[in-house]
Design a protein around this ligand. Structure first.
Ligand SMILES: Nc1ncnc2c1ncn2[C@@H]1O[C@H](COP(=O)(O)OP(=O)(O)O)[C@@H](O)[C@H]1O
Ligand SMILES: [Mg+2]
Length: 249
C-alpha cells in the first residue's frame, strides 16, 4: 500500500473515543521508527488532543495559523521520537465552520509542506463537522477507525456515506478496527461495514488492520508517553507494527 511521497492521509471516526487520535500518534511513531518522514496534523477542530496525549506544550497551533497570525510551516514542532506535529487547539469550535476559501488556502499550504514528507497524517476526529467533511473530500485517502460497538459501526458508516456524497472523485478508503476482542471478531466487524459500503455506497474499503484491546494503551496515555516507547512489546504495539509494515509494502 506504499503511498507516493507527500500523500495526505486523513483519519476519522463516527463516534468519539474509539482511539483515532491514539492510533494516529502511534502509527506516526511506528512509521518514523522505520525511517519515514512523517507529519501528524491535529485537525480535530473541536477536540484536538494530540498534544495532551503526548504531554506537549505547543507554542503555536492550527488555530493560530487559521487566525492568520503565523504560516502553517511555523506551527510545525518536532517530537523527540522522530516525527513532526502541527498541534490543534481544543475548544476552537468556530474552526469547524470555517469558510471554504480559508480551508482551501490551508490545504494549499499543507500540500506545499507535504512535499517535504513521506506521509502526512491528519487526525480529523469524530463526526466530520462541515469543514472536516470538506478536508476529507480533498485528501488522498481516508481511513475510518471503528470498534466493535454497534454505535461506532453505524456512525462510522454514516461518515463514509457523507464522504461518498462529498467526493467528486473516489479516493482509497481504509478501515481499522481498534479495541478488538480478537482478530476474528475484528474481521467480522470489518466484513459488516464493507458489505454495507459495497451494497449501498458502491465503495469498497479495505481492511488496513485490526488492533486488539490492550490495557497498556490506557496506561501509556495516562502517562503521556508514546506506547511504542513505554510498552514496545505489548499486543497493541505489535498490531500497530503490523499496520506500519502494511503501509510500507
Ligand atoms: N487498542 C486499545 N486498547 C485499549 N484501549 C484503547 C485502545 N485504543 C484506544 N483506547 C482507549 O480509548 C481512549 C480514547 O482514545 P482517543 O485516541 O482519545 O480516541 P478518539 O480520538 O477516537 O476520541 C484512550 O484514552 C484509551 O484509553
Ligand atoms: Mg481524538
Amino acid at each position: 500500500m506504499m503511498h507516493p511521497p507527500g500523500t495526505l492521509l486523513a483519519s476519522a471516526s463516527g463516534k468519539g473515543g474509539v482511539g483515532t487520535t491514539w492510533f494516529a500518534i502511534t502509527r506516526a511513531h511506528a512509521l518514523a521508527a522505520r525511517g519515514r518522514r512523517i507529519l501528524l496534523v491535529d485537525a480535530d477542530f473541536g477536540l484536538a488532543n494530540i498534544d495532551i496525549q503526548l504531554g506537549l506544550m505547543p507554542e503555536h497551533d492550527l488555530a493560530t495559523v487559521l487566525a492568520g497570525s503565523i504560516a502553517l510551516a511555523d506551527a510545525v514542532m518536532r517530537h523527540e521520537v522522530g516525527f513532526d506535529i502541527i498541534p490543534g487547539r481544543s475548544g476552537a469550535q468556530s474552526l469547524a465552520t470555517l469558510p471554504v476559501g480559508v480551508l482551501e488556502a490551508v490545504l494549499a499550504s499543507l500540500r506545499t509542506l507535504a512535499s517535504g514528507y513521506d506521509l502526512v497524517l491528519l487526525d480529523l476526529g469524530s463526526g466530520l463537522a462541515p469543514a472536516l467533511r470538506h478536508l476529507a473530500a480533498r485528501v488522498d485517502a481516508l481511513l475510518l477507525v471503528i470498534t466493535e460497538e454497534p454505535t461506532s459501526l453505524t456512525d462510522g458508516y454514516a461518515v463514509l456515506k457523507l464522504h461518498a456524497q462529498d467526493c467528486s472523485r473516489p479516493i482509497p478508503l481504509h478501515v481499522v478496527v481498534n479495541q478488538a476482542t480478537s482478530p476474528a471478531s475484528g474481521q467480522r466487524i470489518f466484513a459488516t461495514i464493507a458489505q454495507a459500503c459495497r451494497r449501498y455506497l458502491a465503495t469498497a474499503p479495505d481492511l488496513l488492520g485490526i488492533i486488539r484491546r490492550d490495557d497498556r494503551v490506557r496506561d501509556a496515555i495516562r502517562r503521556q508517553t508514546p506506547l511504542l516507547r513505554r510498552h514496545p512489546a505489548t499486543i497493541a504495539a505489535q498490531d500497530i507494527e503490523a499496520i506500519a509494515a502494511t503501509i510500507l509494502t
